[in-house]
Every structure is written in structure tokens, then in C-alpha cells.
Design a protein around this ligand. Structure first.
Ligand code: ZN
Length: 254
């Protein structure tokens, strides 16, 4: 395939005024540098003009008729003999098939662009699925009951209760992980609080530690866009409280 062959289809579309966007730019750039393709385009454009004349006037110029018939022959991959008599009605079938070729070229161009759009959408869909899988794996690792939570501490110290809050104010999403929590009496519960930069503490989930003292809170219902000044934990009566009823046992500034 020569350098120019790749532009052959686009040249035909360009002559029809059916080329647009990136392909048009690429072709026009090539045309600036390539006299071969410029000549080809002129030839095609004059064929189009003569084709227009041949559908309007009773007798097309014999030269254009020959060129047109040869072009059709090339499209069909077969020899077409040029009739010697110049009767305009003999041309009608060729004009019709040329018109069909023009329509087919438009449809082909249209379907090619739809295919490209579809391929783009499929690629984006695959990317999003991949990101979603990564996010799911991350959340699973943090929250799965099978996941082991190990805290490393100085060898001789007793493990201290510890909590970590991951908070995204723009989406209102919160993941809270705690470990080494003391067990509670059945009528008590730990309550997590989002302390906003202005206003009262907002309830951000209730939890009971498991037998290892670990607990998680994932995406409690929170308003979106609240800037957090701190997170705190209090011990509340079972069922939780709308506002803290005791001093925080744990506190972390955001
Ligand atoms: Zn060229």
C-alpha cells in the first residue's frame, strides 16, 4: 500500500464534501504536501461536476462520459464498453448507479463514525468497570468479616483503643475503622460524631466492637458538603442519641 492509497477513500469523500473533523484536517495537511493527491482530488472534483452536468443536460461531453464510465467500471471491477452512439438515455443507468455509489459512500462514512463512537463508549465503560472493581476490593479489604485487623504497638505497652476516619466531604462518604475497643454492656453503644466547623455534632453511625475489639462504620447517612472540624466517639444508650449525652472517649481533629 503506497502512502497515497490510505487517502484514496477520503479523497472521494472530500470531493463529495462529506469529510469532516480529524480526517479532513489530516487529508488537507497531506494535500498541501502531495501534488499526486491534489491531482487526484481535482480529477475527482471535475468528475463530480461533469456528473452533475450529465444529469441536467441532454448530452454530456463525451470525454466526461468516458471517464465516468471508466470510474464506474473500476467500482464494479468489470469492463464496461463505452457505447459509440451518444444518446443521453443510454447514460441513465450509469448515472443511477453512480448516484447509488455516492449514497453508499455517505452511508458507509456514517456507519464508520458510529462504529468509532461505539468503540469509544465501550472503552470508557471498561475503564469505569475496572475502577469500580478496584474500589470494591478496597472496601472489601477494610470491611470484610474475614479481613484481619492487626495493630502494631510497642512491645511492652498495652494495646490502646484507636480509630481512623476516612471522610470525603464532597460526597458525604465516610469510612471509620476502630480497634482495641473495650466491650460495652448490652444497653450501651458507641456513637460516632462528625463535628462540623460550625453547628452541633452530627450523628455518624452506631457500632459495637466485635470479640477482638474491632468495629467499622461505612457510609452512614450524612449530609453532603459538610466540612469536618473533628470526629469524636461517645458511649450512648442502646439505639444512640441525636446529640452527645456524655464526654467523648476518643477525639480526632480533621
Ligand atoms: Zn498523496
Amino acid at each position: 500500500m503506497s502512502v497515497h492509497d490510505q487517502f484514496a477513500e477520503d479523497l472521494a469523500l472530500h470531493a463529495l464534501g462529506a469529510l469532516a473533523g480529524q480526517e479532513k484536517e489530516t487529508l488537507e495537511k497531506h494535500l498541501e504536501e502531495c501534488s499526486h493527491c491534489r491531482g487526484e482530488l481535482q480529477q475527482l472534483q471535475s468528475d463530480m461536476t461533469l456528473l452533475a452536468f450529465s444529469t441536467m443536460g441532454p448530452v454530456p461531453p463525451p470525454k466526461s462520459r468516458k471517464r465516468l464510465l471508466r470510474a464506474i467500471a473500476r467500482e464494479r471491477g468489470a469492463q464496461v464498453t463505452v457505447p459509440k452512439r451518444s444518446a443521453w438515455w443510454l447514460l441513465v443507468p450509469y448515472v443511477v448507479s453512480t448516484a447509488l455509489i455516492v449514497v453508499a459512500a455517505f452511508l458507509w462514512k456514517e456507519s464508520r463514525s458510529l462504529n468509532r463512537t461505539l468503540a469509544n463508549l465501550e472503552r470508557r465503560h471498561a475503564e469505569m468497570e475496572k475502577q469500580l472493581r478496584v474500589a470494591q476490593d478496597l472496601v472489601n479489604t477494610l470491611t470484610s468479616p474475614e479481613s484481619k485487623h492487626i495493630t502494631l504497638a510497642p512491645v511492652k505497652a498495652l494495646p490502646q483503643p484507636q480509630g481512623k476516619a476516612y471522610y470525603l466531604s464532597s460526597s458525604g462518604h465516610l469510612i471509620f475503622l476502630a480497634n482495641n475497643l473495650a466491650p460495652l454492656l448490652p444497653d450501651k453503644v458507641y456513637e460516632l460524631w462528625l463535628i462540623p466547623s460550625t453547628g452541633s455534632p452530627i450523628p455518624a453511625g452506631l457500632f459495637q466492637p466485635d470479640s477482638h475489639g474491632a468495629a467499622t462504620v461505612v457510609n452512614p447517612p450524612l449530609p453532603i458538603g459538610i466540612e469536618a472540624k473533628a470526629f469524636a466517639i461517645t458511649i450512648e444508650p442502646a439505639g444512640g442519641s441525636p446529640a452527645p449525652t456524655s464526654q467523648p472517649i476518643m477525639l480526632g481533629a480533621a
